[in-house]
Design a protein around this ligand. Structure first.
Ligand SMILES: NC(=O)c1ccc[n+]([C@@H]2O[C@H](COP(=O)([O-])OP(=O)(O)OC[C@H]3O[C@@H](n4cnc5c(N)ncnc54)[C@H](OP(=O)(O)O)[C@@H]3O)[C@@H](O)[C@H]2O)c1
Length: 303
């Protein structure tokens, strides 16, 4: 488990509906009144007001390992109440135990590639919470096979989860997102796309690259629809993160070959992923919607 965020719990909740300048004025005044003005405290306060996510209710799908676990850990350590979901109940319980040492984390096992699984997750979450501040659609599947042999079952598995699953989870959870949404503090949907959605991958992962391009376009469409309800929708498009999903590729080709096309010459790190997600979920990210944010060390963006 990477340990890159201090386990300190924030005492400030950034979800108050007031605008930032007003909040700055108020906090400056109270600091002066208390005679506690010092640069360190000012820096901490500004960082909390800009990027704080304490008190937010966050759902991370596929949060039991890999990118989802890194994002969930970041939010838990910053004081959010985090729910994570994946199919394997044992892996869910392990992740819940691991993250609970830093703060609030509950795991809800469900298969989000099925309508039944999405219904079960929605019912469980609705029973526990009356609002959802941040939905992170991260659970994803990949299938690699030659063009001649690419099976329809592989195509369906990838699309059922990556595209259909994400869309219908937004549909199911939009009532809870509406409860959290205000013009000054919008609710957020963050979909995990991929740079494979806008460049051509080296591998024969036809359904995967197509599904991620679909996730990017679906997110922009949802962003246009949900902006009027103060719900933002954005995409993080990661480059290569050394998870189970990437393991086979690295084993087959070796780390040096895999990293050769990456200008910044390293894999995506847990803090890269958590940092991008926290930014999009925070006050600092509240005026961003319909964006696809590549976090790829320049792989696709400097081509
Ligand atoms: N790794 C990369 O280099 C990379 C690059 C770009 C984008 N991405 C994207 O980032 C996201 C996370 O990828 P990752 O690399 O962290 O993959 P990973 O290590 O394979 O993790 C996938 C997560 O999703 C869960 N999951 C899979 N199928 C599910 C289902 N039907 N219902 C519910 N949960 C399910 C898995 O748990 P269970 O198996 O227990 O269900 C696991 O928690 C994916 O959307 C992926 O496409 C990854």
């Amino acid at each position: 488990m990477p340990s890159w965020v201090s386990a300190r719990r924030s005492s400030k909740c950034p979800t108050t509906p007031a605008g930032l300048p007003e909040r700055w004025r108020r906090s400056n005044a109270s600091r002066r009144a208390a005679g506690r003005e010092n640069p360190e405290e000012r820096t901490r306060t500004v960082l909390e007001e800009l990027f704080g996510v304490a008190g937010k209710v966050v759902l991370v799908t596929g949060g039991s390992r890999g990118i989802g676990l890194a994002i969930a850990e970041g939010f838990v350590k910053c004081g959010a109440r985090v729910y994570l979901c994946s199919r394997n109940a044992e892996a869910c319980a392990l992740a819940e135990k691991e993250l609970s040492q830093y703060g609030e984390c509950r795991a809800i096992p469900a298969d989000l590639g099925t309508a039944e699984g999405r219904r079960a997750l929605t019912a469980e979450l609705t029973a526990r919470e009356d609002r959802l501040d941040v939905l992170i659609n991260n659970a994803g599947a990949i299938w690699a096979e030659t063009l001649d042999d690419y099976p329809e079952s592989g195509w369906d598995k990838v699309f059922d989860l990556n595209v259909k699953g994400s869309f219908f989870l937004v549909q199911a959870l939009v009532p809870l997102l509406r409860e959290a949404a205000t013009p000054d503090a919008p609710a957020r949907v963050i979909n995990i796309g991929s740079i494979d959605g806008f460049h051509i991958p080296h591998h024969e992962t036809y359904a995967y690259s197509s599904s991620k391009a679909a996730v990017h376009q679906l997110s922009r469409h949802l962003a246009a629809q949900l902006a009027r309800e103060s719900i933002t929708v954005n995409v993080i498009a990661p480059g290569m993160f050394p998870s189970k999903m990437l393991k086979g590729t690295v084993e087959k080709h070796g780390e040096a070959a895999v990293l050769a096309p990456v200008p910044l010459k390293r894999f995506v790190s847990p803090s890269d992923m958590a940092g991008a997600a926290i930014y999009l979920a925070s006050h600092a990210g509240s005026y961003v919607t319909g964006a696809v944010l590549p976090v790829d060390g320049g792989t696709a963006t400097t081509l």
